[in-house]
Design a protein around this ligand. Structure first.
Ligand code: GUN
Length: 304
């Protein structure tokens, strides 16, 4: 039986460890503060932002949610970020991605003061990551590393394959695995014979955003699989394919008319992996935990 890597439980552990640090800051100086900027009303972004704000409030931190219309100009958004940069009570600034097309996303990432960049997306912090120097790390890959560590999954010398080369997940993930002494391969849509490359993986990270694309022929038996995908399936034929062999997923689809599935076929993963992250309840909760950890760390450094 494969071991299920329970993101919710590890999220709770991390949040519990943050509580005394937050209490100490609140008693001696002030609460850590996080500002979250949400532009427009992308439904997925709305869900993520709600969850980030709620976790922040539950932990007793200052949380400020800033909503802006999807017609916003780059200049107006930069102006708002400038104000947050200057505020003493704000330790972290997060601009939820993706941004509308007319906005210059790179200019936005550059505008966030690096010491308040709790997403780790500023080019300075990306450079620090490449150099394996201290700085806030992108939350999803950092959360995955924390999960691997707390689950005592050895990485040194292991074959790790990351599928997907995004700036938010794939690239930083590959660097963190490399710094943990894994032998790392990054794959993408142009990779020749993707199943064969993935079958080399002792640690397989799927982060390309394609529903249940990784099937049995991609999986080395006994691999540890980290599924970063989060796809909502509503089409019945597609649901039949992705739910095959997973009675719980089938039941969820029958009940709700939709089901959440990652980038890895759930039944194939459960059958072949030695350990894996479920969707939902695997990687997602860790992203939020690491955002909170980055915000507390930023407050501690700024108030030291
Ligand atoms: N969109 C998807 N993931 C993320 C994330 O980790 N941070 C931000 N800001 N936007 C995202």
């Amino acid at each position: 039986m494969a071991r299920i890597l329970d993101g919710k439980a590890i999220n709770q552990q991390i949040l519990e460890e943050l509580k005394p640090r937050i209490a100490r800051l609140a008693q001696t100086r002030r609460k850590p503060g996080l500002a979250v900027i949400l532009v427009g009303n992308n439904p997925a972004s709305e869900i993520y932002v709600r969850s980030k704000v709620k976790t922040c409030v539950d932990l007793g931190m200052l949380s400020e949610e800033i909503r802006m219309p999807d017609t916003i100009s780059t200049a107006d958004l930069l102006d708002r970020i400038g104000t947050l940069n200057r505020r003493e009570d704000i330790d972290g600034i997060l601009v939820q991605m993706p941004l509308p097309r007319q906005v210059d996303s790179r200019a936005v990432l550059l505008a966030v003061q690096p010491d308040k960049d709790v997403d780790g997306f500023h080019p300075y912090n990306v450079g620090q990551l490449v150099a394996n120097a201290p700085a806030p790390r992108a939350c999803t890959p950092a959360g995955i590393m924390e999960m691997l560590k707390r689950s005592r999954i050895e990485l040194a010398g292991k074959e790790a394959v990351v599928v997907g080369r995004s700036d938010i997940v794939g690239k930083p993930m590959a660097l963190l695995l490399l710094h943990a002494h894994a032998t790392v391969t990054i794959c993408h849509s142009k990779t020749h014979d993707l199943p064969a490359v993935c079958r080399r993986a002792e640690i397989l990270v799927a982060a390309m955003g394609r529903t249940a694309f990784i099937t049995a022929d991609f999986i080395r038996p006994g691999a540890v699989i980290i599924d970063v995908g989060m796809n909502r399936v509503t089409d019945p034929a597609e649901a039949a394919r992705v739910c095959e062999g997973s009675p719980a997923k089938q039941a969820a689809f029958e009940k709700n008319g939709s089901v959440l599935v990652g980038d890895v076929h759930p039944a194939d993963m459960a059958e072949l992996a030695s350990a894996y992250t479920p969707v939902p309840g695997g990687v997602g909760p860790l992203t939020i935990a690491m955002l909170m950890a980055n915000t507390v760390q930023s407050a501690e450094s700024r108030l030291a």
